[in-house]
Design a protein around this ligand. Structure first.
Ligand SMILES: C[S@@+](CC[C@H](N)C(=O)[O-])C[C@H]1O[C@@H](n2cnc3c(N)ncnc32)[C@H](O)[C@@H]1O
Length: 266
C-alpha cells in the first residue's frame, strides 16, 4: 500500500497531502470496490486505474485549494529575519485569506463580542488562516489542523519565530473520534470547510464534526459569492439554521462581503 500511496502522490498538486489521508481513501476505495488485495505492479491495468481514481478523488477534496508557488513563497517569507507584517504578505497569497484582509479585524471583534475573548482556539481545516492571529489583538493558545504537510510546517515555524503559543498538526478532521481528543478549547473555527466535509452528500458530516469538536463555541463559515464572483441570491444556509434549531444550539450570524459566519454555541 505504501508504494501505491507514493505513486498517487507523485503529482505536484498532491505531493503535500499526508500519507494517512491518502491511505484512508485507498481503504475506502478497496471496501467500496470489494478489492481483496491491492495490485502491486505499477504497470498493471488495475494499479493504473486505482491511481487515477484516487487522484481524482483527492483533487476533488483537496487539490482545488493548492497553489505550489504560493506555498513556496510563504516559506520564503517565514524565513525572513524581519517578521514584522509578514503575516499580511502571507495572507495575500491565498484567495480565502486575501478576501478577508479588509475585514479580519472586524471579524474577530464581532466573534469575540459573542464568545468573549478566548484563551484557546482550534482551527480545523486551517489552511493559512493561523497567519491572521495578529488581527485578534489577543494571545490565545492556538491549535491548528489540516491535511497539508507543507502548510503545517510553515505555521509551526511562524508560531515559533513569533512566540505564538500553540501548534499546527496534521489531522483529517472528518475523523470524529480523533477530533474528540483535541485540547478542550473556548472556540473553534470551521472556515469554509463544511462543503468539503459533506462532499455534496447532505450535511451529516458537518453536524458530526461540530458535535465532536471540543469547544463551546464553533464558528462555521461559507462563501457568499458564486464561482464567477457574483453575490449569491441566498447567502444564508437555511440547513444550518434548521440544524441549530434541531440540536438546540444558539447561533448568531456575522456577514461580510464575501463570507457568512455562523457563531454556534453548543
Ligand atoms: C477552502 S480551504 C479553507 C482554509 C481555511 N479554513 C480558511 O478559510 O482560510 C480548505 C482547507 O481544508 C483542508 N482540508 C480539506 N479536507 C480536510 C480534512 N479532511 N481534514 C483537515 N483539513 C482538510 C485543505 O487542506 C484546505 O487547507
Amino acid at each position: 500500500m505504501q508504494h501505491l500511496i507514493q505513486v498517487i502522490k507523485q503529482k505536484k498538486e498532491l505531493k503535500d497531502i499526508s500519507d494517512d489521508f491518502v491511505k484512508d481513501h485507498l481503504i475506502k476505495y478497496q471496501t467500496k470496490h470489494n478489492i481483496k488485495i491491492l495490485p502491486t505492479n505499477p504497470k498493471s491495468k488495475d494499479f493504473k486505474i486505482i491511481v487515477k481514481d484516487i487522484r481524482a478523488e483527492l483533487r476533488k477534496v483537496y487539490g482545488l485549494f493548492r497553489n505550489k508557488d504560493n506555498a513556496k513563497l510563504r516559506n520564503e517569507l517565514i524565513q525572513q529575519p524581519n517578521q514584522k507584517n509578514i503575516h499580511l504578505q502571507i495572507l495575500q497569497t491565498h484567495a480565502s485569506t486575501k478576501e478577508r484582509l479588509p475585514f479580519y479585524k472586524d471579524l474577530y471583534t464581532e466573534i469575540f463580542k459573542i464568545t468573549k475573548k478566548p484563551k484557546t482556539i482550534l482551527d480545523l481545516g486551517c489552511g493559512i488562516n493561523p497567519f491572521s492571529i495578529p488581527f485578534m489583538k489577543i494571545k490565545p493558545i492556538y491549535h491548528a489542523y489540516d491535511i497539508n504537510e507543507e502548510e503545517i510546517t510553515n505555521i509551526n515555524q511562524y508560531f515559533q519565530k513569533n512566540n505564538i503559543k500553540g501548534k499546527a498538526e496534521l489531522l483529517d478532521i472528518s475523523k470524529t473520534t480523533k477530533l474528540k481528543l483535541l485540547p478542550k478549547s473556548d472556540l473553534a473555527f470551521l472556515f469554509k470547510v463544511s462543503a468539503i466535509l459533506d462532499q455534496g452528500k447532505g450535511h451529516k458530516k458537518t453536524e458530526e464534526v461540530i458535535d465532536a469538536t471540543p469547544a463551546k463555541y464553533v464558528v462555521v463559515s461559507f462563501p457568499t459569492l458564486t464561482m464567477s464572483g457574483k453575490p449569491m441570491t441566498a447567502p444564508r444556509r437555511s440547513w444550518m439554521e434548521w440544524l441549530c434549531k434541531r440540536r438546540n444550539w444558539d447561533y448568531n450570524i456575522i456577514e461580510f462581503k464575501n463570507e457568512i459566519y455562523y457563531v454556534l454555541k453548543k
